[in-house]
Write a protein that binds this ligand. Sequence first.
Ligand SMILES: [Zn+2]
Length: 253
Amino acid sequence: MFVQNLGAMPAHNGHPGGIAVIALPAQTQSAHYLGNAVLITGPLSAPVAIVGIGLDVSPGITELTTNRGAIPFEIKPKTYLTEHITITQTEKVNPPARDYDRIIRERDEMSAVFKSFSNQRPDLAFVLPVIGRLSSPFGKKRIFNGQPRNPHSGLDIAAPEGTPVLAASGGEVRATGDYFFNGKTILIDHGRGLITLYCHLSDIAVTNGQLVEAGQHIGAVGQTGRVTGPHLHFSVNLNQTRVDPALLLEIDD
Ligand SMILES: [Zn+2]
């Protein structure tokens, strides 16, 4: 299987882990979902909300709040697979106490970026971040050494170490670092709450604050952090919610 680029607007996927694409009344300029600001795109005469739905959201009728009133929409159920993973470096499953401060600091650093909401309008025509094989889909429930963990928050693309990693869309590099779980990591803010994350890299070729274009070389595939082999873990964040990156890419098998 290979991943290819798709068009400019994702399809409506109103399920947990999905992206709801909701037509809004003309002149809608702000929308919130579960208290978080939502990406609005399209012309002011026909605006469209691009809403990230969390994996933990229950199916049913919910709503956006907007400056033009409440907009109801439906979340339909979706089942994700379960994966059992054995990790021999057990300290990466249950980190030693000496690493707790570092882990919390890194988590806070990343979540501060996820909370960003600039007025820049993002380009949703994503570039494939790496050429490779889909090795693990978004949303899989994961059990590490028999212990349930959070479901998979991104998409894994396996490729040889050193394979170039490209920015999925234009934006500003908002964080780089060598994190405990994610290894060498880049976060790019594309605007209006759309943030992409690239991790387990062997090399980082950009610096914090740098502006990048879609398709620009930003680093290389590696196996830093908590991994079982070289791959890119790519995650997409909308309104502070991790969504399935495959919804912005064309999966061709
Ligand atoms: Zn992953």
